[in-house]
Design a protein around this ligand. Structure first.
Ligand code: NAD
Length: 248
């Protein structure tokens, strides 16, 4: 078991078809105690209960400093340590450049970028004291391509910001053996994409993917397992592209 007795926090983890829950399942299967954070208390607790009683579901908006610190108090009271943080919560808005209003910008950057910063700040003192930890940030191929199908330009900006923030954190935290790495998923079949792709659209997208298929949530969860475990002990500040070869 790659994560035996490790404590892992995953944000945006309550959506049953989402990348966060898929990662939680893989981590739990490898022996981790998983804290599933999401906006809705009932949904977070239900998702945790599906994995077993040693796991914890916590409601928090990752963009709200007070809610984040209250969540962290609960985690430390129950487990006393944090080994892995997966900054996965994110939202998309399929709008064009000139349609972006302040509220769109604020909403998207708040969840992906401020959320990543606040959640990371909340675990760093504990990881530093432990002299070990792995922070994984879920960015997107949209950050690298300057656009995607469902996110707007502000989503690309938020996810590109996550890449820069992660590298800066990796530099600063390396001496304390706290690693920070990113995953840039391509197009993965989750609720973000469900029902929004016609067969024609799907065929057009798949034609541009060398591996000839859309991604599965488990593709991202397995990449997170690599980055969360000691298999990646000498990697920090890296970006793992999990996109079927879309950028070749
Ligand atoms: P999803 O919508 O299925 O899940 C996202 C989860 O985040 C939801 O459960 C939602 O309630 C939660 N969330 C939203 N705002 C939150 C907040 N403020 N605080 C706490 N939780 C919050 O999405 P997904 O497809 O599983 O995406 C997961 C991550 O992967 C996102 O960051 C997304 O941008 C990124 N991503 C997804 C794809 C894809 O194709 N699915 C591609 C690239 C990147």
């Amino acid at each position: 078991m790659l994560l035996k007795d490790k404590v892992a926090i995953i944000t945006g983890a309550a959506s049953p078809r989402g990348l966060g829950f898929a990662t939680a399942k893989v981590f739990a299967g490898q022996g981790a105690k998983v804290v599933l954070i999401d906006l809705d208390d009932g949904a977070s607790k239900k998702a945790a209960a599906m994995l077993g009683e040693q796991h914890l579901g916590v409601a928090a908006n990752v963009a709200d400093e007070r809610q984040v610190s209250a969540a962290m108090e609960q985690v430390l009271a129950k487990y006393g340590r944090v080994d892995i943080l997966v900054n996965n919560a994110g939202i998309t808005q399929p709008i064009k450049l000139m349609e972006i209003k302040r509220e769109n910008y604020d909403a998207v950057l708040d969840v992906s970028l401020r959320g990543t910063l606040l959640m990371s700040q909340s675990v760093i003192p504990t990881m530093r004291a432990q002299k070990s930890g792995s922070i994984i940030c879920i960015s997107s191929v949209s950050a690298q391509r300057g656009g995607g199908i469902f996110g707007g330009p502000h989503y690309s900006a938020a996810k590109a910001g996550v890449l820069g923030l992660a590298k800066a954190m990796a530099r600063e935290l390396g001496p304390d053996n706290v690693r920070v790495n990113c995953i840039t998923p391509g197009l993965i079949q989750t609720d973000i994409t469900a029902g929004k792709l016609s067969d024609d659209m799907k065929a057009g997208i798949v034609a541009g993917i060398p591996l000839n298929r859309l991604g599965e949530a488990s593709d991202i969860a397995n990449a997170a397992l690599f980055l969360g475990s000691d298999l990646s002990a000498y990697s920090t500040g890296i970006t793992l592209d999990v996109n079927g070869g879309m950028l070749i």
